[in-house]
Design a protein around this ligand. Sequence first.
Ligand SMILES: Cc1cc2nc3c(=O)[nH]c(=O)nc-3n(C[C@H](O)[C@H](O)[C@H](O)COP(=O)(O)OP(=O)(O)OC[C@H]3O[C@@H](n4cnc5c(N)ncnc54)[C@H](O)[C@@H]3O)c2cc1C
Length: 531
Amino acid sequence: MAWDYIIVGAGSAGCVLAHRLSAKPGNRVLVLEGGGNDTSPLVRIPAGEIKAILNPRFNWMYMSEADPSLNGRDAMWPGGKVLGGSSSINGMIYLRGQHEDYDDWARTIGNTGAWSYRDVLPYFKRMETNPLGPSEYHGDSGPLVVSDVPTPHPLARVFYEGAKEIGIPFNPDVNGERQEGVGPNQGTIRFGRRNSAARAFLRPVMDRPNLSVETEAKVDKVVFEEGRARTVVYSRGGERREATADGEIILSAGAIASPTILLRSGIGPGADLSQFGIPVVAESPGVGNNLQEHPAAWVAGYVDVSTYNTEVTPSGWVRHGLNWLLRGKGPAASPIAQAVAFVRTRPEEEERPDIQIHFIPTGYDFGPNGIKLLDRPAITLPVNVCRPKSRSRLTLRSADPNDAPRIFSNLLGDEDDVRRMVDGCKISRAIFESNAFKPHYQGLFMPAPDKRSDADLEAYVRAYTLPAYHPVGTCKMGIDDMAVVDPELRVRGVQGLRVIDASIMPIVPSSNTNAPSIMVGEKGSDLVLGR
Ligand SMILES: Cc1cc2nc3c(=O)[nH]c(=O)nc-3n(C[C@H](O)[C@H](O)[C@H](O)COP(=O)(O)OP(=O)(O)OC[C@H]3O[C@@H](n4cnc5c(N)ncnc54)[C@H](O)[C@@H]3O)c2cc1C
């Protein structure tokens, strides 16, 4: 049987596509997801993230090559491998980015594709049910339920006061009229349970007779007939399988996997393909390039009140577990970061916030054996650059679909990003050293308290910066030679194939990327349906 639509990957964007495309009973829709189902408590309970992210059952665990801009360190670039994709293992922080991010996208595509903020706002509203209620900026009847942090840590309020003291204004809704300022985060959480894209968009419609979802179905490539995408080749349970589409094949495998599927299918830089004996179907030099990621470094200090890292004890498990189970509240029901600040490092030069600082009421120990919870109360105010100038890239390791791609990470390759990280560390430190924090703050431990000069801080960020887990841009949309998809997300050079996920973003949004990826799924579904 031939399907009307085959969607590869049931992640943030793929689940939206499955929901919207199968809403028309005449459309026969097949979803092929490489991971398994999402019923594990590690996925369902928000606090389970800390374990899920280290579990290869739920995470593809891609590894970068040694990054010369990070003193030759490699790093894990996680990606959700489960229904819901990365939205099933992410930190549940719900942020859209800045209005100008989307106006910049529109500019890069010659204002042809209707991707400006004004154009994408209706999709951000359509997708959500927000406790803020319906307004110019929010929706109250979308499938994705988001919520306020149910039980903010007492130091969240101190974070607001400390930030205000150094000139960062309070902003009660950083997803609203403007992003700048300090305010509360919302989470993709419903009644204390993670509200992944699978829970919000896919599971409620899984019984539609025209929708079929295969899990543990790992896609190798797309095969073409006379230039038209026709067949998806995948493996399931050790068997090679094929599925055929009369309509369209849509890659929604995320910013690491979608370009690798294109490459194995013969779409990419010709030289790379011939190296692995892959026949060129369409020369497309941009595939795997333009890889953008937020560089993130921790700034962490000891405090005198209990923080979540010290509550992971047998009695803490019982207390917080019961609070979660019976009331859907407490730390187990919270996104990883409870508050956020968007700041201009040099207000006289910058028109828009250029760094993001989260408030995480948990202390981590970066020892030689990896990241562990600290045994003393501490909070973390990590810094990341909103719109990094550094560019990374990825390519195949071999033509074998079981081989993970090579990620040439270059997180701090551009000096401008280093400067913003250094300034950002100083701003986080200034919040710790504010009068508001004075009664609670007991000294910095990351970076070390005596590391205060620019040179010290640059050495620190190069030694400790990690990816923020927001890769985008490897199949960017556009109209220039490096664009992989056109503004309607159709793969250039072939027929019947689109990419609809984080990889099409030409520029990384100025904050976390789950809500923007879901928005891409929403808008992409209208493009497919010709709306
Ligand atoms: C650990 C982590 C924490 C994060 N925290 C946050 C956060 O708090 N807030 C936020 O806004 N963003 C966060 N992000 C980023 C955000 O979740 C992603 O940007 C977003 O989910 C990307 O959506 P996507 O649809 O592009 O890809 P994904 O959601 O990753 O979906 C891709 C899907 O394709 C499947 N797939 C991959 N390869 C194949 C294959 N060969 N065959 C079949 N299926 C395949 C995957 O299993 C997955 O289900 C985080 C990401 C991670 C990994």
